[in-house]
Design a binder for this molecule. Sequence first.
Ligand SMILES: Cc1ncc(COP(=O)(O)O)c(C=O)c1O
Length: 400
Amino acid sequence: MSNSNNRIFLSPPHMGGSESQYVGEAFQSNFIAPLGPMVNKFEAEFSKISGLPFCLAVSSGTAAMHLALRCLSNRSSTEVDNRKPVIIASSLTFIGSISPACFEGIDLVFLDSSYGSWNMDTDLLLAELEWRKSRDVLPIAVIPTDLYGEPSNLPKIREICLQFQIPLISDSAEAVGAHYFDGKGNMRHAGFDSDAAVFSFNGNKIITTSGGGMLGSHDEVFINHARKLATQAREEFPWYEHAEIGYNYRMSNIVAAIGVGQLEVLEDRVNRRRAINAMYHDILSPIEGVSFLEEPGYAIGNQWLTVVFIDPATFGVDNNFVREVLETNNIESRPVWKPMHMQPVFRSMVARYQAERVRKYDVCEEYFSKGLCLPSGSALSDSDVERICSIIISCRNRKV
Ligand SMILES: Cc1ncc(COP(=O)(O)O)c(C=O)c1O
């Protein structure tokens, strides 16, 4: 990785060693078809690490979110008849967090991040729900995202959601292995204090199955329904009987075998990503014009991606300049997620909801304009991090 001829990727897969053995076992048992013992083992092991007693392994985080919405929105009918149902979601997120709402014909109202955190501003959430309650247009769910592996303030969000009786779906896709203190003396895995939590094992995540997701919950009935929907909504008959429409969303036994191996090294992966984050912080934060978000006191994130902010006024060049210089050195970096309220696909929807109530997005817009995600893979060496930092520092005050 430290040879400058080799590309340094943002967050490449990092196998622990036992994955191929588990895949071999899956081959030997001929459970090549979807489902099988590795899927059951992966679900059981994930349940242990997350503390969520019921877990369902599926083909992607997006699929897990879709199932969560299908099952929870069946239960709620809080909108008045002539309006489309609405979900309140973080604006600063990845599209897979909220595209399933669009599959279901649900509208989205986006909220800003709180200053100093990546995640949904809980004051804005409370104000939004109070305003909606006064008009009898409560949302059918709230979806906060644990961005870049920083857990949201779920105990607070849960308290607010309970007050208004709104289902809470935690998008913890990026936060496998991240934890928070719940204010009652417990350390919880990301997503724990929710009605449903969504996780991703996409190729760039802290652990990967090459592609896959998990839906976790405290509610067995909910997970059983999601499991049925994920399996073409097949009813329990010897023949194929269908009383509702489902999907082909289950995880394959081969893919789950990779996941079983990856879970064994999760703690190491979190520790290494946190160490990489600390190194970036130590080397770069003394440089004028460079800053980082500090971890909130209640969280021990997984530091899935380290993000640096470049202030062009004091650093002399902007984040895009730095990204291009890193690229010429064969180093991948990436802008912060572009907020959802700025996405062309949502332009008319955002305008409609802004017309009835103006929402501000200063925080996530600033993060997007100044932020740059740095290579953060757990196989990155210390000397790689040092080299990346020196290239960033060399950009300072360069002529554009
Ligand atoms: C915040 C967030 N939500 C949802 C997803 C969707 O997960 P997947 O790619 O497994 O569908 C991802 C990641 O890819 C993500 O980063």
